[in-house]
Design a protein around this ligand. Structure first.
Ligand code: GAR
Length: 204
C-alpha cells in the first residue's frame, strides 16, 4: 500500500504546511503531499510548496461566479490525483457542500482555539479579549458549519499575564505544528475512527 495521498489547503504564511512538509521530509510522517491548494497566489505558503517540491493549485476566488464554481475545479483535480485526505491548514475560506459531501470524514481542519470556544476568524485574539486562562488548538473533521465538526485532538495552551496576540500566537503556533502532523500520521495509520460526533483513536 502506498503512502496516504493528502492535499493541504492554505491561504497565508503556511507554517502548518511547513510543519507537515518537514515531518514528511524527516520520515516522521508517512504521507505524500500531492498538492497545495491556495486561494492567494502571492501567499508565502506557495513559495514554501515550491521549495518542498509540492505541486500547487492556485486560484483567485473573484474570478469565479461562486464558491461552488472554484470548488468544482478543485475537486476534479483532487479526484484526478487520487487525494485521500484534505488538510485545511489556515485556509481562510468557507467550504461548501461541493467539497464537504464527497470528503466528509476525509477532511480535517486546524483551529487556533479550544473549540467550541472561539470559532471563526482570529481565535487567538478572541481568546485573549475574552480573558480565558486556558486556550489551545483543535484538529477536527470538517462538516458544513463553521469549525463545528467532530473533534479529533486538542492541545491546551496557558494564557500568561501580559500575553499579546504575538506572544500567545507563538505558543499556539508551536502547539499547532506539533499536533497537526501527529494527527495526520494517526489517520495515515488507520487509527482514527469517526462515529457520529465522537472520534476515537486506537493507540496500540
Ligand atoms: C493557523 O493558526 C490556523 O490555526 C489558523 O490560521 C493560521 C494559519 O497559519 N486557522 C484558522 O483560524 C481557521 N479558522 P499558517 O498559515 O502559518 O499555517
Amino acid at each position: 500500500m502506498g503512502a496516504l495521498r493528502i492535499a493541504v489547503f492554505a491561504s497565508g504564511n503556511g507554517s502548518n504546511f511547513q510543519a507537515i512538509a518537514d515531518a514528511v521530509q524527516s520520515g516522521k510522517l508517512d504521507v505524500h503531499i500531492e498538492l497545495l491548494v491556495c486561494d492567494k497566489p502571492a501567499a508565502r505558503v506557495v513559495e514554501r510548496a515550491r521549495n518542498a517540491g509540492v505541486d500547487t493549485f492556485l486560484f483567485t476566488p473573484k474570478e469565479y461566479p461562486s464558491r461552488e464554481a472554484y470548488e468544482t475545479e478543485i475537486i476534479a483535480e483532487l479526484e484526478r490525483r487520487g487525494v485521500e485526505l484534505i488538510v485545511l491548514a489556515g485556509y481562510m475560506r468557507i467550504i461548501t457542500s461541493v467539497l464537504v459531501e464527497p470528503y466528509y470524514g476525509r477532511m480535517i481542519n486546524i483551529h487556533p482555539a479550544l473549540l467550541p470556544s472561539f470559532p471563526g476568524v482570529n481565535g487567538i485574539g478572541q481568546a485573549l479579549a475574552y480573558g480565558v486562562k486556558l486556550t489551545g488548538v483543535t484538529v477536527h473533521y470538517v462538516d458544513g458549519g463553521m469549525d463545528s465538526g467532530p473533534i479529533i485532538a486538542q492541545t491546551a495552551v496557558e494564557v500568561q499575564d501580559g500575553d499579546t496576540e504575538q506572544t500567545l500566537g507563538e505558543r499556539i503556533h508551536a502547539a499547532e505544528q506539533a499536533l497537526l502532523p501527529s494527527v495526520i500520521q494517526l489517520i495515515a495509520e488507520g487509527r482514527v475512527a469517526l462515529d457520529g460526533r465522537h472520534v476515537t483513536i486506537r493507540q496500540d
